[in-house]
Design a protein around this ligand. Sequence first.
Ligand code: ASP
Length: 310
Amino acid sequence: MEWRRRHVLGLYDFRPEEIEFVVDTARSMEEVLTRDIKKVPALRGKTVVNLFFEASTRTRTSFEMAGKRLSADVVNFSSSTSSITKGETLLDTARNIEAMKPSVIVIRHAASGAPHFLSRHVSCSIVNAGDGANEHPTQGLLDLYTILKAKGSVAGRKIAIVGDILHSRVVRSDLHSLGKMGAKLWLCGPATLLPREMGRTGATLTCDIREAVKDADVVIMLRIQLERQKTAYFPSLREYSRMYGLNRSVFSLAKEDAVIMHPGPINRGIELSDDLADCGNSLVLRQVESGVAVRMAILYLLAGGSHAAH
Ligand code: ASP
């Protein structure tokens, strides 16, 4: 397959073969990460700018690490220390950054559609690192990659995603990455956080965590996105945790070799009990590991590579 995309704005329009192509490229990138010297010259002379208008730990450092492993120059920009605080618009900020000739701008923004807007106004590649409650495509790809590594396949597997479905950009990307690969997806949360129209994606909706987790191969827990909630969606965090938190008793309903995932940051004791977060079935840190390989693949494909780097 030949890679033709200039931007990665979301997985909504990715064809299954494109998703497979990214996964294959990520596999070669992961091989680089097992070497003593974890660096290849693939993007030497190219610049990647991380433009983050919302907090991030994993995604920003992962993109930075990915760029550096490929020998790109990586520049990090965070809104709290920038001229945004002096009133500069997103477009002005981006145009000024573009004048410094980056190959790729990786953007995270609280507004859904901000990366799409930028892609129409700048000539470099844009990667969406999370836009509001819309999409988080590299998270969708790394979740798929992590499951493929752990289970060998996703087609036909029951994958339950539990939590704040309404505000989660992770779920919107997972629906594409895992759904297009043939997973049987179940979405679960309180009725107020489980939009009915999500049923149109082919996923099964339920407000009962036991039904969602029963016989599941994978359980993905989501954080309550308090920063995006404008009103009260449930009586208290304590009650939410009692009804929708994953603990040993609920997890025992899943398949014996089921795995637990979470995009992070985890609110321990709310959506996931402490012991489960760190247990042998938890893939949380493997997701972080996969993140670097997947982001290397995306940067490599966008910044000029057409086949695996050596
Ligand atoms: N880190 C993920 C995101 O940025 C999940 C979360 O914040 O809960 O969407």
